[in-house]
Design a protein around this ligand. Structure first.
Ligand SMILES: Cc1cc2nc3c(=O)[nH]c(=O)nc-3n(C[C@H](O)[C@H](O)[C@H](O)COP(=O)(O)OP(=O)(O)OC[C@H]3O[C@@H](n4cnc5c(N)ncnc54)[C@H](O)[C@@H]3O)c2cc1C
Ligand SMILES: *[C@@H]1O[C@H](CO)[C@@H](O)[C@H](O)[C@H]1NC(C)=O
Ligand SMILES: *[C@@H]1O[C@H](CO)[C@@H](O)[C@H](O)[C@H]1NC(C)=O
Ligand SMILES: *[C@@H]1O[C@H](CO)[C@@H](O)[C@H](O)[C@H]1NC(C)=O
Ligand SMILES: *[C@@H]1O[C@H](CO)[C@@H](O)[C@H](O)[C@H]1NC(C)=O
Ligand SMILES: *[C@@H]1O[C@H](CO)[C@@H](O)[C@H](O)[C@H]1NC(C)=O
Ligand SMILES: *[C@@H]1O[C@H](CO)[C@@H](O)[C@H](O)[C@H]1NC(C)=O
Ligand SMILES: *[C@@H]1O[C@H](CO)[C@@H](O)[C@H](O)[C@H]1NC(C)=O
Length: 575
């Protein structure tokens, strides 16, 4: 089995060599119908769908590395290894965050084909998408109209399909904590009702986590959209190709268009790739506005201050970004069937690894999170006297609770012992941040300022989420299981609790909005509802940056449907 696994990796590498290039000198040419910038979650979906038309030639320029043969990208339990400073990461940090008492956070961004998501598959609420439709004036983004695109993604019964590209499954390993959480939903039914499938458009309640995992292996757009079309001759992917800017601007019937895409390979002087039909930015929520601004598309005053020639004044580029904030609580438990039983025991870790290698079963098939809950604030909550409700509507939660059988993000700081963890995530931020430039050199990282917890509303939601988590563990079923909290927040004053939140909050990397969609003719926004960049022609953005507001969910599912529909919109323009 081990041998065949290795063989499989080798042979698919062999096939892919025909179209995944490491060196620009090996590319047959630099002129294509479409140039896609970025081969992350969205970029590879678009590449697959466009090359279904064998008349279209497509080049993907990816700054990062291949996913091929990267064990930590394939084995779900090892995904943590990708999230450190390494070649799979851009190694960004945020600017000092006033809402986090001035802390600077590491800000994870994928630097590899298919991205570095943690596999959580959550579509969000019906109201999230209906609001996108309303904001853009395009009913095509509504839940009902986007739903078929979700089914193109994956399989599973009921609200899922069996003909999709990207496998989604329930956890393939039963940590005891998962059953206890489900039992607790019966005991505390009023506040935490059980939800059989949170991906139906009605996520509220507590249910089992779904993951983009198939056959025990992590699934990304690289494995599910790129690998299966390795033989397609009209698609080329160039790795280690960092796009610096779009060049040769001109006007076509009053609209801006760019003649080429400038990129560098490590140490090289710039090359220019040409798109005869369209340039598609899929460089993600940080990369896409970064490239636009270096191309002279952005806030004119800010660009001039850096000496970047202004090609198109659009003050919305990089502005209005939103992201989720989370704080985790942990409790020591009276059990050794926790993540720690393998993460803190080398013998057990190797046994689990060997089991996985043999049969693709055991704890390595998932990440250690078992259930997810989606909750709304009490409508009578005093916070609504001060702030309007930012949630998309009654089907959309304010709070997410992530239940885990121990510490999923393992580090030197992880305490010794056995634990159950609950992460409280604020999923309806009122805070808005920005991506801006700090240099006219496109190889210098941008300033990433998500403005975490800038709004007191956001702080309130985290506080409420932590209280919900504490109430959850009072369910009778936990009586003999939970021993003590690692940090006792029950005895903190309200000010102390706020400080605890500001000092410990992190992010789960769901940034969106840096090239937000708005209605045609709106006075703000970066792309039209058809994802073409306002004021331009032959230039689109297809990635998470177009979502004008972060959905009340993890963002990969939304990114997949943006990419699927975005590809359809592009195809419709050219066929
Ligand atoms: C660590 C982490 C964990 C996450 N976990 C989950 C999860 O469990 N579930 C979930 O739903 N969502 C998760 N997300 C969020 C989700 O992964 C993203 O929202 C989604 O992948 C966004 O897709 P994208 O195509 O917009 O961007 P990305 O997938 O980030 O792709 C952008 C690509 O463009 C490339 N690029 C950038 N700049 C350039 C340039 N100048 N030139 C060439 N290439 C460039 C990058 O290297 C990258 O490959 C996670 C995100 C992170 C960072
Ligand atoms: C991130 O840091 C690691 C370790 O220092 C390095 O190897 C890698 O090249 C860096 N990533 C980028 C995109 O520079
Ligand atoms: C940010 O978004 C709001 C709508 O939510 C809009 O009114 C405002 O103009 C936007 N700001 C920028 C700089 O685009
Ligand atoms: C778990 O605990 C039981 C009983 O206390 C013990 O026999 C067993 O070796 C432990 N297993 C692990 C993996 O720690
Ligand atoms: C470590 O795991 C092994 C194998 O499962 C088990 O026999 C042993 O008891 C564990 N050690 C501890 C300290 O729990
Ligand atoms: C499992 O397989 C991988 C890849 O072939 C190998 O690196 C690893 O050492 C194996 N681990 C065990 C415990 O067999
Ligand atoms: C921005 O640029 C200035 C000047 O080069 C530098 O001192 C500063 O550290 C940069 N800021 C960040 C957050 O990188
Ligand atoms: C809260 O209780 C813990 C012990 O459970 C104690 O260590 C801590 O000092 C207490 N904090 C306050 C502010 O009383």
């Amino acid at each position: 089995m081990l041998k065949s696994l290795a063989l499989l990796a080798l042979s698919s590498f062999g096939i892919c060599l025909a179209k995944i290039y490491e060196n620009v000198a090996d590319l047959p040419g630099l002129q294509y119908d479409f140039v896609i910038i970025g081969g992350g979650t969205a970029g590879l979906v678009v590449a697959n769908r466009l090359t279904e038309n064998l008349k279209f030639s497509v080049l993907v320029l990816e700054a990062g590395v291949s996913n091929e043969g990267v064990i930590s990208s394939t084995i779900p339990f090892l995904i943590n290894n990708l999230l450190l400073p390494n070649i799979y990461e851009w190694n960004y940090t945020t600017t000092p965050q006033p809402g986090l008492n001035g802390r600077v956070l590491n800000y994870l961004r994928a630097h590899m084909l298919g991205g570095t998501d943690l596999m959580f598959y959550t579509r969000g609420a019906r109201d999230d998408f209906d609001r996108y439709a309303k904001l853009t004036g395009d009913a095509g983004w509504s839940w009902d109209r986007i739903f078929p695109y979700f089914l193109k993604g994956q399989y599973n019964p009921a609200v899922h399909s069996t003909h999709g590209m990207n496998p989604v499954s329930l956890s393939g390993f039963a940590w005891p904590a998962g059953n206890l959480v489900t039992e607790a939903t019966k005991e505390l039914h009023d506040e935490f009702p059980f939800n059989l499938d949170m991906n139906s458009g009605n996520p509220l309640g507590v249910g089992w986590l779904q993951l983009t995992v198939g056959g025990g292996k992590r699934s990304t757009s690289a494995t599910s959209y790129l690998e299966p079309i390795a033989q397609r001759k009209n698609l080329h992917v160039l790795l280690h190709a960092q796009v610096t800017r779009l060049v040769n601007p001109s006007r076509v019937s009053g609209k801006l268009t760019f003649g080429g895409v400038e990129f560098v390979q490590p140490g090289s002087s710039p090359f220019i790739a040409k798109a005869t039909k369209e340039i598609i930015l899929s460089a993600g929520t940080v990369g896409t506005p970064h490239i636009l601004m270096h191309s002279g598309v952005g806030d004119a005053t800010a660009l001039r201050a850096l000496g970047i020639p202004v090609v198109l004044d659009n003050p919305s580029v990089g502005q209005n970004v939103s992201d989720h904030v989370s704080v985790a609580l942990s409790w020591s438990v009276n059990s050794n069937k926790t993540i720690e039983s393998i993460s803190q025991n080398v013998t057990a870790f190797n046994e689990a690894f060997a089991q996985y290698n043999k049969t693709y079963t055991g704890p390595f098939v998932e990440v250690g999170s078992t259930n997810v809950g989606w909750l709304r604030l009490d409508p009578q909550s005093e916070i609504f006297e001060e702030f309007p409700d930012p949630s998309a509507g009654p089907t959309a939660p304010h709070i997410e609770l992530i239940f885990s059988a121990g510490f999923t993000l393992r580090s030197a700081a992880t305490p010794h012992g056995h634990f159950m963890n609950i992460g409280a995530v604020m999923v309806t931020p009122l805070s808005r941040g920005s991506i801006t430039l700090n240099s006219s050199n496109a190889l210098v990282p941008p300033l990433i300022d998500p403005q975490f917890l800038a709004s007191n509303f956001d702080l309130f939601v985290v506080r409420d989420g932590l209280k919900r988590a504490q109430r959850f563990v009072t369910a009778p079923v936990f009586k003999d299981y939970i021993l003590a909290p690692t940090v006792n927040i029950a005895n903190l004053t309200s000010d102390e609790l706020d400080q605890f939140i500001r000092n410990s909050a992190g992010t789960i990397s769901h940034l969106v909005g840096s090239a937000g969609m708005s209605a045609r003719g709106a006075r703000y926004g970066v792309v039209d509802p058809d994802l073409s960049v306002k004021g331009t022609t032959r230039l689109s953005v297809i990635d998470a940056s177009v979502l004008p507001i972060v959905p009340s969910a993890h963002t990969q599912a939304a990114t997949y449907v943006i990419a699927e529909r975005g590809a359809d919109l592009v195809k419709a323009r050219w066929t």
